[in-house]
Design a protein around this ligand. Structure first.
Ligand code: ADP
Ligand code: MG
Length: 322
C-alpha cells in the first residue's frame, strides 16, 4: 500500500451499508441521504482529542467505541434514532495496526445501531477524532432541554461518577482491579438509544450527562426557566464507586466527583406524575436502571439537598475547555 490518504479511506473507512436511505456514501464530494417524509433530521458533532478527552494510553478500539457513543448519546438525549455518521480523523501517522483496530471497532458499533458511515475527512496531525452523527425523529416527539415543568419528577439512567473515578484510577495509577468497572465506564459508555427512542412517548425533556449532573441539569433549568430540588441520597452510586469512596476517601462520598466531572453519558430526563409508571416499565423492558432523584420546581435554583435537609452548592460545575 502506498499509504495515500485515499488508500486509508478505502481500506479502513469504506464500509458496506445496508441502509436504503443512503443514496451516495463515501467516495463523492458529498454524501447523499434521503430523509423520510414526516421525520426531522437531528445533527450533532463531538470531537475527541488525545490527552484532552481520553488519556494518551487509550486503545484504538476504546477510542473508536467512545467517539461514536458520545455522539449517539447526544441523539438519544433528544429521542432520535441514529441513522448516519461522518468521521473526520486526524492521524499522526499511518499505523496499520492502529487503523485496523479502530476501523473494526468503529464498524462493529455502527452495525449494532444500524448506522452508516457516509463520509468524512482524513488529515495528518495530532490524533483527533470528530464524529458527526445524524438521526431521525418525529417532529412532535423530540426531547428538549427547555420542556421541564414544575412538578415533573427528575430521573437519571444508570450510575453517576464511575467514569470520573475510572479516569482518576488511570491518571493516578491506582492499579486496583476492583476499579476496572469504572475504567470500563470511562472507555465504553453506553448511549441509551433504544430506551430514549421510546421515552419520547412519556417525556418531553432530556439531556445527556456529559459534563456532570450539576452542569447538565443546570442547562435544563436555565432553558426551561425553572428550578430543581435534587436529593443526594437518591443519586445512584455503583458498588464500584462505593468501594472507591470506602477505600480511597475515608468512606465519605465525594459529591464533586459524582456530580461535577464528565463522561457519564447517562440520560437525565423529566416526567410528569402521570407518566412515571410508564417510564419505569420502559426501563424494566430494557433492563436499564433508572432512579428518581428529585423534582422540577419553580424556584429558579438548583438545590442539592442532604437527608438532613442541608443544601449543598457546587462551585466547580463541569469540565470547561477554556
Ligand atoms: P474532498 O477532497 O472532495 O473533500 P476527500 O478527499 O476529503 O474529498 O474525501 C474523499 C471521500 O472520502 C469523500 O466522500 C469523503 O467524505 C470520504 N472520506 C474521507 N475521509 C473519510 C473518513 N475518515 N471516513 C469516511 N469517509 C471519509
Ligand atoms: Mg471534493
Amino acid at each position: 500500500m502506498d499509504n495515500s490518504e485515499f488508500d486509508v479511506i478505502k481500506k479502513y473507512f469504506t464500509f458496506s451499508s445496508h441502509r436504503e436511505d443512503v443514496v451516495i456514501a463515501v467516495g463523492d464530494d458529498c454524501a447523499v441521504v434521503a430523509v423520510p417524509a414526516g421525520k426531522q433530521l437531528l445533527v450533532t458533532t463531538d470531537t475527541l482529542i488525545s490527552g484532552v478527552h481520553f488519556p494518551v494510553s487509550t486503545s484504538a478500539e476504546d477510542i473508536a467505541y467512545k467517539s461514536l457513543m458520545v455522539n449517539l448519546s447526544d441523539l438519544a438525549a433528544m429521542g432520535a434514532t441514529p441513522a448516519w455518521v461522518t468521521l473526520a480523523i486526524t492521524l499522526p501517522d499511518i499505523d496499520e495496526q492502529w487503523l485496523s483496530a479502530f476501523s473494526n471497532q468503529f464498524s462493529a458499533v455502527l452495525s449494532d445501531f444500524d448506522v452508516s458511515l457516509i463520509g468524512g475527512d482524513t488529515t495528518k496531525g495530532a490524533l483527533s477524532i470528530t464524529v458527526q452523527a445524524m438521526g431521525l425523529c418525529n417532529q412532535e416527539k423530540i426531547l428538549r432541554r427547555d420542556q421541564a415543568k414544575p412538578g415533573d419528577k427528575v430521573f437519571v439512567t444508570g450510575y453517576l461518577g464511575d467514569a470520573a473515578i475510572g479516569l482518576h484510577a488511570i491518571i493516578d495509577d491506582l492499579n486496583d482491579e476492583k476499579l476496572s468497572a469504572c475504567v470500563d465506564k470511562l472507555n465504553r459508555p453506553e448511549a441509551r438509544v433504544c430506551f430514549a427512542e421510546e421515552l419520547v412517548e412519556y417525556s418531553q425533556c432530556a439531556i445527556d450527562i456529559s459534563d456532570g449532573l450539576v452542569a447538565d441539569i443546570g442547562h435544563i433549568i436555565s432553558a426551561s426557566h425553572c428550578g430543581a430540588h435534587i436529593n443526594l441520597s437518591e443519586l445512584p452510586i455503583s458498588s464500584s464507586a462505593q468501594y472507591y469512596f470506602k477505600q480511597y476517601h475515608k468512606s465519605i462520598i465525594d459529591w464533586s466527583m459524582v456530580l461535577t466531572r464528565g463522561d457519564d453519558y447517562e440520560l437525565c430526563f423529566t416526567v410528569n406524575s402521570e407518566n412515571e409508571r410508564a417510564a419505569r416499565e420502559l426501563a424494566d423492558k430494557y433492563q436499564l436502571k433508572i432512579s428518581r432523584i428529585g423534582e422540577i420546581t419553580d424556584s429558579g435554583r438548583l438545590d442539592f439537598v442532604t437527608e438532613e435537609n442541608e443544601v449543598i452548592s457546587f462551585s466547580d460545575t463541569g469540565f470547561k475547555h477554556f
